[in-house]
Design a binder for this molecule. Structure first.
Ligand code: A5P
Length: 228
């Protein structure tokens, strides 16, 4: 089963890498599926001498690209990207997403917002009818984070501060913390929840991505893909 998931993610990553053309500025997502894409992109970059520059959405992803020799854009050297390829934790039929399981949601959202096309790569287990089967990550500032968490809980959300193995708060690449919200009965009003959560002082960004994904590539264990 686990093997099938990995094969599906690899298939989606490879199909996405095939979309990249010479001359493109490419946004690179974060996570295991995005890493499969980067692996395939590095292969094409090295074999076909693609003339591309990449814009990573995390320090982890930057390291992968650098290891493969892909040149990176300086973070303030460009303001738009041709195409970004990224994973997701959940995708609903309207291509609304939950992202940030890997903690990179803020940079991923900035990179997505810079991109003419956002291609999401997933295995079929990420497809849901209603969002909220997985936790919704919220990036918050560390300052007075107990107060921010208390406000989130007062508003009726089940939130917990993300911790590392050593029980210290998980810190994002931006030096912030993450609160993971669990929906007991899924999230039937994501736009409303987005508005409520993002209005709380201390909340920087949520893991909801609406009206951003232009295409979703669903990988299959046999190496094939379906496109939404
Ligand atoms: C990283 O913060 C996330 O948004 C990932 O894109 C998402 O969690 C999917 O990751 P996997 O491909 O590892 O499931």
């Amino acid at each position: 089963m686990q093997d099938d998931i990995q094969k599906s993610r690899q298939a989606a990553g490879k199909a996405a890498a095939d979309l990249i053309k010479s001359g493109m500025l490419v946004g690179l997502g974060t996570g295991t599926t995005a890493a499969f894409f980067i692996e395939s992109l590095i292969e094409r970059f090295q074999n076909e001498h693609l003339d591309i520059k990449a814009f990573p959405s995390s320090e982890r992803t930057a390291k992968l690209a650098i290891a493969g020799g892909i040149p990176l854009c300086g973070e303030n050297s460009v303001t738009s990207l041709d195409m970004t390829i990224d994973g997701a934790d959940e995708v609903d039929p309207q291509k609304r997403l939950i992202k940030g399981g890997g903690g990179a949601l803020l940079r991923e959202k900035i990179v997505a917002s810079m991109s003419k096309e956002l291609i999401i790569i997933i295995d079929r287990n990420k497809l849901v009818n209603v969002l909220g089967g997985c936790p919704l990550p919220i990036e918050i500032v560390p300052f007075a984070h107990h107060a921010t968490l208390a406000k989130i809980i007062d508003l009726g959300y089940q939130g917990v501060l993300r911790l590392k193995k050593d029980e210290q708060p998980y810190m994002t690449d931006n030096g912030n913390y993450i609160i993971d919200i669990t929906f007991l009965n899924r999230c039937h009003t994501p736009e409303k929840d987005q508005a409520i959560l993002s209005s709380i002082p201390g909340v920087i960004e949520t893991g909801f991505f609406f009206n951003m994904a232009t295409k979703v590539i669903v990988g299959q264990a046999d190496g094939g893909t379906l496109v939404m």
